[in-house]
Design a protein around this ligand. Structure first.
Ligand code: ADP
Ligand code: MG
Length: 470
């Protein structure tokens, strides 16, 4: 029996008890064909195949159905009864709404990604011998790229290509923002400038490539654009995920790519995701991207984070103890750009007073660079507040011994979110609610099951998490 069928059967069993004035046959008459079509954390939809029965269920018995279902699943929700013939329409409307929300979300992410990098010193283009910003470029080398298990492979691939162009062609580096992809591209360029100064190297940010192409089309002369890229010996395009959905640019990009590839020129690309996740992207381009070597950069391990913090603070002349390096590495998990941002902030303060870095300096700098990243105690407080607001349950009730369904549910969710967002042990989490670790295990299991079986349950937890991280 699938899970909806099971919940339906349980609900009917409870209905039967509530409606014990009905004979077996009248119970079956009204409820026998009733189905549970949909269930999420806010609402449930039952169907019935007869308009007459629909009329009765929707008016006379709806309250009973709602009560019985709530007893089974343990929290309140809206119940809707639909005549089966209207089901398609109701579902289609719902899908439309979902699609609209999904698109909104996608658009938001895109904007966030675009505004993420600070523009100040950003190099959007470099052409060997022509760029003004060589000094910025020169600060990114293989030497000052700290190596760990998460980036070793990508670094080795880049180093190989820098020494011997077309060793891997194309070389495609992917991984989340702030993990060193652009650094590696610049390291390749610096290395090649020294060892093979005659190579024509062209580096271009993908967004800037798109702008340039659009402009050249507008101006009615694409020839110089084509010439610029097709005459390269080494072409590096950064952040090619921005090709997604840009048909015309993909077309031009494909021809540039093919021309270079066929004349045995090195192509190096980066992206925040692997080729198969860049969507929509023409198949022929995807195939080309995947045709050489794919190398990923992963979030840095604790060891790599401490090594980076140690090296960069020494280079900057920041006085910092190993304990404080560890503390920083614990709090800054997955973005090396952020680690640098925090160090720059700390430098501004500590070099001024030439004092050793304290925990307060670090907390202060992190709160500015990464406002969503907060110390565990504050985080727990925020989580409990957010859950309390979301389910409209007072904090005291969540921490009390009360066992009312919706209080229990809120407590489960708070425990789950704390487990997800902090490194606390089950025992430590239990103690926040005056309980032992077995309560925590039970909560985690319940939430896990609810996320799988109840539509939107997971989405709401995601909303809470998002608010907390806000
Ligand atoms: P991405 O292009 O992947 O978004 P960047 O290459 O711009 O990331 O890296 C962000 C910042 O972190 C840069 O200033 C870069 O020098 C630094 N960085 C990243 N990885 C390392 C590393 N392994 N060693 C030293 N610095 C690093
Ligand atoms: Mg980059």
């Amino acid at each position: 029996m699938d899970e909806l069928a099971f919940i339906l059967a349980e609900t009917k069993a409870r209905l039967k008890i509530k409606l014990d004035m009905l004979s077996e046959s009248s119970f079956n008459l009204w409820f026998g064909e009733m189905e549970l079509d949909k269930l999420d954390d806010r609402s449930a939809r039952f169907t019935t195949p007869s308009p007459v029965k629909h009329q009765f269920l929707a008016t006379k018995y709806k309250g009973y159905i709602k009560d019985a279902l709530e007893e089974v699943i343990g929290f309140p929700l809206d119940v809707e009864i639909v005549y089966t013939a209207n089901l398609e329409k109701v579902r289609a409307k719902e899908e439309e709404e979902k699609e609209r929300l999904r698109k909104e979300e996608e658009e938001k992410k895109r904007k966030e990604a675009l505004s993420e990098e600070d523009d100040e010193d950003k190099i959007t283009e470099y052409i060997n011998g022509k760029s003004q910003k060589v000094s910025t470029l020169e600060s990114y080398t293989f030497d000052n790229f700290v190596e760990g298990s998460s980036n070793k492979f990508a670094r080795a691939a880049c180093y190989a290509v820098a020494n011997e162009p077309t060793a891997y062609n194309p070389l495609f580096i992917y991984g989340n923002s702030g993990l060193g992809k652009t650094h590696l591209l610049f390291a390749i360029i610096n290395h090649m400038r020294k060892t093979q100064p005659d190579l024509k190297i062209v580096y271009k940010k993908c967004e800037s490539f798109l702008d340039e192409l659009v402009k050249s089309i507008k101006d009615g002369s694409t020839a110089p654009f084509k010439e610029k890229y097709r005459s390269a010996d080494v072409l590096l395009i950064d952040d090619v995920q921005f090709l997604a959905g840009k048909e015309q640019t993909q077309e031009e990009f494909f021809h540039t790519f093919s021309a270079l590839y066929e004349s045995d020129k090195q192509i190096i690309l980066t992206s925040d995701r692997p080729p198969k996740e860049i969507k929509p992207l023409e198949d022929r381009l995807r195939t080309r991207f995947e045709g050489g070597l794919l190398a990923d950069v992963q979030p840095p391990s604790f060891e790599l984070r401490t090594a980076i913090i140690r090296k960069k603070s020494d280079d900057m002349g920041i006085l910092i103890s190993n304990d404080m390096v560890n503390y920083m590495a614990e709090r800054l998990h997955n973005n090396i750009r952020q680690i640098e941002g925090v160090l720059k902030r700390i430098y501004a303060v500590s070099s001024f007073t030439s004092s050793e870095v304290t925990r307060e300096y670090i907390d202060e700098a992190i709160s500015i660079i990464d406002p969503g990243n907060i110390p565990t105690v504050t985080l727990i407080e925020k989580i409990i507040n957010a859950v309390s607001r979301f389910y409209d349950i007072p904090i005291e009730s969540m921490k009390s011994k009360k066992r009312t369904n919706n209080i229990v549910n809120a407590r489960h969710v708070a425990i789950y979110v704390i487990k997800t967002l902090t490194d606390l042990s089950q025992k430590e989490i239990g103690s926040i609610f005056g309980r032992d670790h077995s309560t925590v295990i039970n909560s985690l299991e319940t939430v896990d099951r609810n996320m799988r079986t109840i539509n939107n349950y997971k989405e709401n937890i995601d909303k809470i998490i998002k608010e907390v991280k806000g």
